[in-house]
Design a protein around this ligand. Structure first.
Ligand code: ASP
Length: 613
């Protein structure tokens, strides 16, 4: 830490240094002018040391100290001294000492910052923070999170190197690798009319590294996807990307699990991992129990299937139940502890949220403490049936029971959204917990009615569950001529996702490693032989030269840091993020192109049309 400007950092001085000369360099965090004495809190990334300048001892230094302002950069020379008794500051690690200055040098002046740099709690407009990101990054909260991110990445690297993984960089200028988003494309100057795609992930490249025999690869990889942004999305983001050879689903999950535990312990040793080994749910189970394929299991409030209860209570004839049950749908309910007293307005708001989450409507039952039951269906199905339904949903006295009837999966997912919101409202979960869970056995494909094909639900390269290999067919016999009731729709993939506290943290799969099977799956996904040749010939051909069985996964690094540092937006853990409309407010990007650049690329842009409205 010693450099030609300083003998120690602003965090180092302690009672042991008393009487010793010292040079410090840093920013003016605060200045207090008491006339003859001026106090300056000098700050760097390591800490703060109090500097005291006495006019009687050092008139020149005092004159400079009178003129400095917040965020000036100074070099201060003097001696470390113990503070006078009664003036120590127990809240500062350096609070027992101060630097008595005999010389101050202004290394750089500073304009008044647009917001308070030294107030960790300051409420600052986010656009201003993003425009002056370099000043925001000078503030303690962001510095702490960026440092946590550094710890995470270091721990990831340490674990993987210890586990025999090789870190290999893959190119940014590649051919499209579909991950379900739009590509960012880069026109080629040397080959006019042709474009590169920026990687949505290094998927094909890491599989090719397995064909090369590297056995275990990882990379802290930048991925670029041109999609609409949300709290957990940015156009460019970072993944821990890895691939392993000669592995089953269990092997990859076992590696990731022990690695994730080690990394978590290294970064946030004070936080508790709820369950080790991580709970595993099939996709079906996750949907049925939590209404989500990334369930938050820090609290209960599980969903219950009410079909039988409805039949037994004679309520199955009730319109919405009847309709759902007769068409293969579901009637599902959950109980929210202690919320029986919710107002009509609040219930209406819940119903609106349920509708936005895909439910046709929301049925509620409030269980009064004296065994009374009120609710939207009591009149229609009677008190007895209402009480029975509420009990089957797990409701007891004082609870609110919510019921959704509708199509399978859509009904559970709508109730799953309410589960999360209401758990938050009643503070059902201990926020210090970290609940990692696995979800696997996803359906391989979902029906794309518009294009009459089977789209991959996750990764187009994922292999099928061995028990379901026979299902990779269509009724027509031709994988390119597909129909909604094809056997392919029932095939499960060797796909696994990892979720943390209700966020999808990552996903991966065991891959097809023979040309024949991958090609059959591509055909089901609607790619003709010619299209396969045009899009994936590199990988398909590589598989003819001896590909090992392999599988891997990618975990979102930004999401991981955000979850470990209790943030709800990944912008808070990225040094230089973009706004939700994809702008970099600090560098002013995207921006118009320089004259001549387009010409060189053989491109013409359509004139800019301002957004409507
Ligand atoms: N390439 C996948 C993704 O980016 C991860 C994987 O299957 O390894 O989501």
């Amino acid at each position: 830490m010693h450099t030609s400007y300083r003998s120690m950092t602003c965090a180092d001085a302690g009672p042991d240094h008393a009487g010793q000369p010292a040079n410090l360099a840093g920013w003016v965090d605060r200045r207090r002018d008491l006339g003859q004495l001026i106090f300056i809190d000098l700050r760097d990334r390591y800490g703060i040391t109090q500097v005291v300048v006495d006019a009687a001892e050092s008139p020149e230094a005092h004159a400079i100290a009178s003129s400095v302002r917040s965020e000036y950069v100074l070099r201060v020379s003097g001696a470390i001294e113990r503070r006078r008794e009664g003036t120590e500051n127990a809240r500062m690690p350096t609070g027992q000492v101060e630097l008595r200055a005999n010389r101050i040098e202004v290394l750089a002046e500073a304009r008044t910052p647009p917001f308070l740099v030294n107030e960790p709690e300051a409420d600052i407009d986010e656009a201003l923070r993003l425009k002056y990101r370099y000043l925001d990054l000078r503030r303690e909260p962001l510095q702490q999170r960026i440092l946590a991110r550094d710890h995470l990445v270091k721990a990831i690297r340490d674990e993987h190197h210890a586990g025999g993984f090789v870190e290999i960089e893959t190119p940014l200028l590649i051919k499209s690798t579909p991950e379900g988003a739009r590509d960012f494309i880069v026109p080629s100057r040397l080959q006019p009319g042709n474009v590169y795609a920026l990687p949505q992930s290094p998927q094909q490249l890491k599989q090719l590294l397995m064909v090369s025999g590297f056995d275990r690869y990882f990379q802290i990889a930048r991925c670029l996807r041109d999609e609409d942004l949300r709290g957990d999305r940015q156009p460019e983001f970072t993944q821990l990307d890895l691939e392993m050879s000669f592995v089953s689903e269990d092997d990859v999950m076992a590696w990731v699990e022990q690695m994730a535990i080690a990394v978590t312990r290294a970064v946030v040793p004070e936080r508790t991992i709820l369950a080790d080994p991580f709970p595993r749910f099939t996709y079906r189970e996750a949907i049925d129990r939590f209404g989500s394929d990334k369930p938050d299991v820090r609290y209960g409030m599980e969903l219950h299937d009410l079909a039988e209860a409805a039949a037994a209570a004679g309520a199955a004839g009730f319109g919405p139940f009847n309709e759902a049950l007769k068409t293969g749908g579901r009637v599902v309910g959950l109980a929210v502890p202690g919320l029986a007293g919710m107002s009509r307005a609040q219930l209406d708001e819940l119903a609106e949220q349920a509708r936005r989450a895909g439910a046709r409507g929301l049925i509620w039952l409030a269980l009064d403490t004296e065994a009374g039951v009120r609710g939207s269906i009591v009149k229609a199905v009677g008190e007895e049936a209402s009480r029975r339904l509420a009990a089957e949903a797990g409701g007891g006295p004082g609870d609110l029971v919510l019921i959704v009837a509708g199509a399978d999966i859509a009904a559970q997912e709508a109730l799953g959204v309410l589960r999360v919101r209401l758990a938050e409202r009643i503070s059902a979960c201990d926020r210090s917990l970290l609940s990692y869970v696995w979800i696997h056995h996803f359906p391989m494909y979902q029906w794309d009615a518009e294009h009459a094909r089977w789209d991959a639900t996750h990764n187009p390269f994922s292999a099928v569950h061995p028990d379901d290999e026979g299902l990779l067919t269509t009724h027509s016999g031709d994988p390119l001529v597909a129909a909604a009731d094809d056997p392919a729709g029932r095939a499960r993939a060797l796909q696994y996702d990892i979720a943390l506290n209700g966020w999808e943290l990552g996903g991966g799969s065991v891959r097809f490693h023979t040309r024949e099977l991958l090609s059959r799956s591509f055909a089901l996904q609607g790619h003709s032989a010619e299209q396969q040749e045009a899009k994936f010939s590199g990988l398909l051909e590589a598989f003819e030269y001896g590909a090992p069985p392999h599988g891997g996964i990618a975990l979102g690094v930004d999401r991981w840091v955000a979850l470990l540092t209790d943030q709800t937006n990944i912008r808070e853990v990225m040094a230089f993020p973009k706004t939700s409309s994809g702008s970099d407010l600090m560098l002013d990007a995207p921006s118009p192109v320089e004259p001549g650049q387009l010409e060189e690329l053989g491109l013409a842009l359509k004139p800019h049309r301002p957004p409507a409205g």
